[in-house]
Design a protein around this ligand. Sequence first.
Ligand code: COA
Length: 453
Amino acid sequence: MNKKRLKEQVETIRQAFGYITRFRGQTFVIKLDSALFGNAYFPILIKDLVLLHQMGIRIVLVPGAKQRIDQILATYNIKTHTVKGVRISPPDAVSYIKMAAFDVCNKLMTLLAENDTHAIIGNWVKARAIGVRDGVDFLSSGTVESLQTDIVRRTLDQGQIPIFPNIGWNAKGKPYNISSNELALALGRELGAAKLFFITGFGGISGRKTRVPPGVYVSSDGTISQMTVTQAGGFLDINASSRQSTALELVSLAYEACRGGIPRVHIVDGRVEGMVLKEIFSNRGFGTMIYANQHENVRPMVPADIPEVLRIMEPSVGEAALVPRTAGQLEKDLEAFAVYEVDGTIHGCGALHAFPGKTGEIAGLAIDQAYANLGSGARIVSYLIEKASTLKLKKLFVLTTQTWDWFASLGFTPGTLNDLPAEKKKAYNRKRKSRVLTYSISPRRTKRPSVVE
Ligand SMILES: CC(C)(COP(=O)(O)OP(=O)(O)OC[C@H]1O[C@@H](n2cnc3c(N)ncnc32)[C@H](O)[C@@H]1OP(=O)(O)O)[C@@H](O)C(=O)NCCC(=O)NCCS
């Protein structure tokens, strides 16, 4: 194997380990499109999900059943129709819909069993009828009323994978056909999921078939690679008059999800081998990611912030975690620094210094001790990475004496003095013995922030 390829592979493995540490113990809710069940790669996709489960990620599966329902209803010659994307089914169709919903769950369970993984199919969804809307009676179609999240959490604690059929029951046990997309969203919100996946049979959101708001990045294959929740709102507005499509429905669900506290929603193509793993374990995603505005509270430093920034840095300087800086130095470095502000008070700071050779240094990072462990440090780093992307930097480094584990959890990997720009290498303080960590910025998805979860 040539050296370049080997280095790339090692880099990928390191990146993956960084992400594993970050996601262990977190919940991912995964909706699987019904069209995927017949795909040749489907068993491989399930194997990939099992890998996530084995890594300690808490997986919740919501299989879609649309195609299977269509097949079964056609077999028994039962007619249904759809209004605004909702299937309206007469009462005698419900038992067949249930049969189809459980059939896809069973298929999933069998594939999980083939991978020595335990799963439980449950009746944990309380539903109610959609009822009559605008004169249309939605008959046996229902909507999610509540979820028995306590049982689901216990199931996850026991290392099992809960599988949710797209059926909900009312208090009297009457079953309703519910939307698996809506169910996945409700689960993501109620379980405090770190990620919600819509694994589709058509790919991410196409920027060619939809109108794209300014500032949204479209990759060379035409896929919208990511949108902030604000951009997603803009996307929905400018496409409001378009014909209702699954893509628009998914962006709308993702928008609601991010506003409801789920940090990231991924819309990925389940027909392509390894897509889900690539989306999670590299800073080059391949689907569409919609994410909450995590940088809301981070902004460039202004002169009036300097006394507060010095105060926040002081304890870390005392512990030799940071090199001392003066007000004058900070004033000179105004452009490099960003601060984390909540309700008019500064809680943290950090800097990005650009060097020749498209390299940048993250430095001067400190969080007010009273606000530690709230994710502010990670948010500042994420902001600085995004800033580095905008400046077209390719690689970042950080010199640290006490926080390498923390930077590693954000995707940084160990480096050497040779990773430093010449002037930095020359000025390296050998007594201080700081460790070098580096972070590669993906050339394709430069705008993708990848450190805050
Ligand atoms: C490092 C620092 C910026 C982290 O800020 P923060 O806002 O508290 O960090 P986050 O909330 O994003 O992350 C907190 C997590 O990181 C862990 N963590 C914090 N400092 C760590 C360290 N030095 N090594 C390893 N893990 C650390 C916390 O235990 C917490 O873990 P948990 O999520 O499992 O509970 C902050 O502790 C700090 O100001 N340190 C002193 C200054 C410093 O060392 N700066 C770096 C100079 S390069």
